[in-house]
Design a protein around this ligand. Structure first.
Ligand SMILES: Cc1ncc(COP(=O)(O)O)c(C=O)c1O
Length: 401
């Protein structure tokens, strides 16, 4: 169990929370979030961490990372304001400094009304096309800009390059155009795809960025931090969660290889930033649910639980993950079907919605009212949960604050 306590203690704590607070309950181990952040920093000390809030916009997770000195990747106004809540007591000049230095609005396509609302804050925003640049110029001229590059997402569980990033043919011209339009082009960025287990994606991204930096300089412009004069490279997110068990090599090894590659291509005068999302939160959260119904259908035992595909298990659809439900009790296990609480047949947790990748449940015979739990549910789960059919989203309880 990837919680900052022994398995026995965790089991007792989870059951106590479920009994006293009711289910479904989403238990966040704040100490594990701190551990993940520190592990990232220890292994990539030259990289400034911008937590990708979309992975889990829980306010206490954001505050915990803020207190540790983290920066933030936001991609909507509500994420921007969620982070900003942590600085409202600072002087206006300090707030401005924080927003410029520690928040990146990392959505390459922004609504006009979003740009208007961002304008007074002098934000740092990403772009990957000319129309966006013109939009930013017109509606948020105070912005500094970051050019997002398209890099291969081969083998990553969630592909992002199909939607965002300037191609190798366009990137240099776009950067030059931005300078010509009077923008401060502060940085390049890329994203290798989420849950990336293919190191070559990082390698390709770093090489592509090196080429763009150099080509743009040949044309007389320098992509650089307007304060320090150094190049900035944002290596995005994608750092895989080991607990998902998909042949993930330990972060320490990936970090070592990354540092070697970064040093080789960018020996000096460079600042690195990264936007880890899932890496910081996935293993910090456990969901506890109750068995609310039981039946035999066509000879198979089926359980109905009080959370499902429209709720915390939405990650099984959008994030392509499998969250294995386990029982707290021992006993001979049997194959079973596990349904979510709504009226929709699609709301089947195991095997999930007709997708062969998802296994049947495997549990001892459960009684109504007994609890089940699923670990490593911190990323892209509550973030995409809905109230469909009127069922409430799991309540959140924090441990190890
Ligand atoms: C621009 C950007 N940065 C960072 C992330 C976080 O990625 P991950 O959770 O894989 O670290 C995402 C995820 O979609 C993203 O789109």
């Amino acid at each position: 169990m990837a919680f900052t306590m022994t398995a026995e203690t965790k089991s007792a704590v989870l059951q106590k929370i479920a009994k006293t607070r009711g289910t479904p309950v989403f238990v966040v181990d704040i100490e594990q979030v701190r551990k993940n952040y520190n592990r990232f920093r220890e292994n990539l000390p030259e990289v400034q961490v911008y937590y990708a809030v979309k992975a889990n916009p829980d306010p206490l997770i954001v505050k915990t990372l803020f207190d540790l000195g983290s920066s933030f990747d936001v991609a909507s106004l509500s994420e921007f304001h969620l982070v900003r809540k942590n600085i409202i007591n600072l002087l206006p000049s300090e707030q401005q400094e924080f927003i410029w230095d520690k928040i990146i609005y990392a959505h390459p396509v922004k609504m006009i009304k979003t740009l208007h609302e961002l304008e007074p804050y002098k934000p740092l925003v990403t772009f990957d096309n000319l129309d966006e640049l013109e939009k930013i110029k017109k509606h948020c001229p105070s912005a500094g800009v970051v050019l997002r590059l398209e890099v291969p997402n081969r083998g990553s569980i969630v592909n992002l390059s199909s939607k965002f990033g300037a191609s190798i043919e366009n990137a240099v011209d776009l950067a030059v155009k931005a300078f010509e339009m009077g923008f401060l082009v502060e940085s390049l960025s890329f994203h290798v795809g989420s849950q990336c287990t293919n190191f070559n994606n990082y390698k390709n991204g770093l090489n592509f960025a090196a080429e763009v930096f150099n080509e743009v300089e040949k044309k007389g412009y320098k992509i650089r931090n307007s304060k320090t004069g150094k190049r900035i490279l944002d290596i995005g997110g994608g750092f895989p969660v080991e607990e998902y068990g998909q042949n993930v090599i330990p972060f320490e090894e990936t970090a070592k290889k990354l540092r070697e590659e970064m040093k080789k291509l960018f020996p000096e005068n460079i600042e690195f930033i990264a936007e880890p999302g899932r890496f910081l939160v996935a293993n910090a959260c456990t969901l506890v649910v109750s068995v609310i119904g039981r039946t035999f259908r066509h000879g198979e035992i089926c359980y109905y639980i009080d959370d499902g595909i429209y709720g915390t298990f939405s990650g099984q659809i959008f994030d392509h993950q499998i969250y294995t439900l386990k029982s707290f009790k021992e006993g001979e296990k049997e194959k079973c079907i596990i349904f979510g609480p709504t009226c929709d047949g699609f709301d089947t947790v195991s095997p999930s919605t007709n997708n062969k990748k998802y296994p049947y449940g495997f549990l001892p015979r459960m009684e109504l009212g007994e609890f089940l739990y699923a670990e490593n549910m911190g990323a892209y789960t509550t973030a995409s949960a809905t109230n469909f059919n009127g069922f409430p989203i799991a309540k959140t309880v924090y441990v190890n604050k």
